[in-house]
Ligand binder design. Structure first.
Ligand code: GDP
Ligand code: IMO
Ligand code: MG
Length: 430
């Protein structure tokens, strides 16, 4: 199997976790390259359900090695809770997890800084409140960022930690955030001992393994429309979620990526604030949320639902160079008489050619819909492309032709087995 980047083509929660777990059966290494525990990647295998926030979604395929790259921001509390939970459920993690010495740490003050930003600026992004933004700010600031390697040199960690408490003192006091320095230092000393066995030089590891012919899945978090540069700024996350982050977040070269798979729902969802051109009217929004169980895997917030937006998906395809699309949650549309697909945006009666950077412009865009007939039958038990209902195949062809990208897989249910390969060639080519 070729090396495949798997990344969100929409506003996150596209089923990247399920897709990665499925493809990991044939991979050797699964590597996360950006984001942090704002991600919630769900994998369902029979009666067992797992929600992974930091561990790559290969961890449930016992033969794989899983890597957390330098581009990821790590909350150690989440990391160890996740490892302990898996171990308690009989999954071996130990020697199968490698963590970059260059990854930055999310520290308790970052969450406090985040609530200050939310209160002080009057801008409600609706973040996951995991301290992701302030951690990336500290990384870029250089004076205040703390990396895994610093934690392993504990005197260095302590010095940087104290500098941060001093530098952030005003905000911490204003907001009444409780930071017990000594207790935290003790806790982080413990974490350092627990973390040490996992820490490696990830670029060196990735290069050596790929050179020896190991096959890699690069697993993205969030989605293209939440990218710090290309998403609906400022209603985005604080990392690049698009394909370039594979290279910068792991230290691998572009030529290491053979395929770029964009994961997209057969409709769209979004959690948190920000414009959403194809948002459904309230009754349909509610119905799709109910059928699709659209509640956040990290925050349990209801996800807003909309029709598939091919203008946004075309933009995501241009940015990432998708060589294939995975269409997920197909079964959620099973009962609809008709399905709308947004094929253009109009503003003041004129077609808008590029996805608008300006949110005011985006808010003024009217979606232009094409209506396709529904298939009105269950797809949940379909396992082969040829067994999909004719109108479901028509939907797939429509999207593929519009984007000029093949639909390589369709997901028809949450279980690992509920997966339909639409283009078997892509798994064997490179
Ligand atoms: P991720 O963040 O991209 O990994 O996606 P999430 O796990 O946050 O959200 C996807 C949700 O949809 C999870 O609850 C999955 O169990 C569920 N899911 C995944 N694929 C399908 C599918 O094809 N059909 C249905 N009905 N549910 C799915
Ligand atoms: P996965 O990997 C969906 C959204 C938040 C908020 C914005 C910024 O599961 O697809 P942040 O905490 O990152 O600063 O929040 O981004 N967001 C996600 N939405 N799926 C995610 O991850 C998300 N991670 C962040 O809701 O709107
Ligand atoms: Mg998710």
């Amino acid at each position: 199997m070729p090396n495949i980047a798997i990344l969100g083509a929409q506003w996150g929660d596209e089923s990247k976790g399920k897709t990665t777990d499925f493809l990991a059966e044939k991979a050797d290494i699964v590597a996360r390259y950006q984001g942090g525990d704002n991600a919630g990647h769900t994998i369902v295998i029979g009666d067992e359900k797992y929600i992974l926030h930091l561990l790559p979604s290969g961890i449930l395929q016992p033969h794989t090695v899983n890597v957390i790259g330098n581009g990821v921001v790590i909350n150690l509390e989440t990391l160890f809770a996740e490892i302990n939970e898996l171990v308690a459920r009989g999954i071996e993690v130990g020697g199968r997890l490698k963590i970059s010495s260059r990854a930055h740490l999310i520290l308790p003050y970052h969450k406090i800084m985040e609530s200050w930003d939310d209160l002080g600026s009057g801008l409600k992004i609706g973040t996951t409140s995991r301290g992701i933004g302030p951690t990336y700010v500290d990384k870029m600031n250089r004076h205040s960022g703390i990396r895994v390697a610093d934690l392993l040199e504990f005197d260095l960690f302590q010095k940087k930690f104290d500098f941060n408490l001093e530098a952030k003192d005003y905000v911490l006091n204003q907001i009444g955030g409780e930071i017990d320095r000594n207790a935290l230092l003790e806790k982080y000393y413990e974490y350092a001992q627990q973390l040490a066995p996992y820490v490696i030089d990830t670029p060196e590891f990735m290069h050596r393994e790929m050179k020896s012919g190991k096959q890699v899945l690069f697993e993205g978090a969030q989605g293209t429309m939440l990218d710090i540069d290309f998403g609906t700024y400022p209603y985005v996350t604080s990392s690049n979620t698009t394909v370039g982050a594979v290279c910068t977040g792991l230290g691998v070269a572009p030529k290491a990526i053979d395929h770029v798979l964009g994961v997209s729902k057969a409709y769209v969802t979004r959690v948190g604030g920000g414009p959403f051109p194809t948002e459904m009217p309230p009754d349909l929004d509610e119905e799709i949320r109910r059928i699709g169980e659209e509640y956040g895997a990290t925050t349990q917030r209801p996800r807003r639902c909309g029709w598939l937006d091919l203008v946004a998906l075309r933009y995501a395809t241009q940015i990432n160079g998708f060589t294939g699309i995975v269409l997920t949650k197909f079964d959620v549309l099973d009962g609809l008489d008709e399905i709308q697909i947004c094929v253009a945006y109009q503003r003041d009666g004129e077609e808008v050619s590029a996805f608008p950077a300006n949110l005011r412009t985006l808010a003024e865009c009217e979606p232009v819909y094409e209506t396709l007939p529904g298939w009105k039958q269950s797809t949940a038990d379909v396992r082969r492309y040829e067994d999909l209902p004719t109108n479901a195949k028509r939907y797939i062809s429509y999207v593929a032709e519009f984007l000029d990208v093949p639909i390589v897989m369709a997901s028809v249910g949450k279980d690992r087995a509920q997966t339909v390969i639409c283009d078997s060639d892509f798994l064997s080519s490179d």
